[in-house]
Design a protein around this ligand. Sequence first.
Ligand code: GLU
Length: 417
Amino acid sequence: MEKELTLNPFKIVQEQIENVGDVLGLSKDVVEVLKWPKRVLSVSIPVKMDDGSTKVFLGYRSQHNDALGPAKGGIRFHPDVTIDEVMALSMWMTLKCGVVGVPYGGGKGGVACNPKEMSQGEIEKVARGYIDGIWQFIGPEKDIPAPDVYTNPQIMAWMMDEYSKLKGYNVFGVITGKPLLLGGSEGRNMATAIGTLYTIREGVKVVGINLKGATVSVQGFGNAGFFAAKLLYDDGAKIVAVSDSKGGIYSEEGLDPYKVSEHKKKTGSVVGFPNTKEIGPKDTLTIPCDIVVPAALENQITTENANEVKAKIVAEAANGPTTPEADKIIAEKGILMLPDILTNAGGVTVSYFEWVQNNYGYYWSEEEVLDKLERIMVNAFKNVYEMYKEKKIDMRTAAGAVSIKRVVDAMKLRGWV
Ligand code: GLU
């Protein structure tokens, strides 16, 4: 078995960029520009906790490249957040925006904290403290955050409110993924999963399987994973396994994600759902099925388990779930990889729509949003698939090539390289 070279997402994305540079025949110096974020800010956030103690949380915001427009990307609240992870995620955002062609560069933020062990009041203080630390760094024309792992519309509302207070007027366009009443967009909450569904619909066509009746396993039952399971189930797929951070469940007969979600709301986990076999959170990736949807964190498909993946399609709703060595194994096994920067780009695409609507102060119907999203996703898939066929490279490198070509052309036009 090949040894994993690194699990550091920053090193991984640098390697992916080098691969794309080779395919596009880019010069070493242009690749070097792309291998580093343009700006990274690190902040400490002291918070008076409910028990009267003061705790310091560390937060980061990375802006990778703004050749095509302001930086864009989510903010995650997770105990494992590091500066390297945030930098890597900001670079994947540049690639993602380039694949779907939304006029943004990549940004990402994170605070190392565990919202599962914090009260709502404490989470609000971290959210406001984070904005107090980074507000001069962001703005509707500079850098526009959004939700990511363990953050949600309520947290976006607090952040928008804090930024607006600092500016002295309402700035809805500073952040996306907000509640509908505060300038959010129809369709945003489900957008990542809807984009994943649209990509899978195209993927099954080229692999030659029918989504109706196809068996699906989903790792992660948060915003992306839960909605992906629900939408695929509504499309006629059979959801045979799902998992969250506490564990997984398997049922050969298939699961009803709506009922599993009710169970999770009551008990805090998908585990224990009646008439299912309990499995580990990572077993969802290797269970026999047609389509695997990693929708949790980075580094889930590695050299340790890539050989065990039995699906015909891996559709990455998460960011960075597959390591480069595992990617090679997946490709050798003839599995179609639908890479993160394409498959989960529905979220940032509807964020773009939200920002446009905020700038206009005029709001669209859900039908209008989804119609525009579908066209963008189908077109992005087509561009990536053509690149994959033409250059005979893997789908991830193909997606990167579609994207980086745009970014580099923009940098050249601006005279940066
Ligand atoms: N956090 C999401 C992502 O990783 C959404 C980013 C956004 O909407 O700006 O793509």
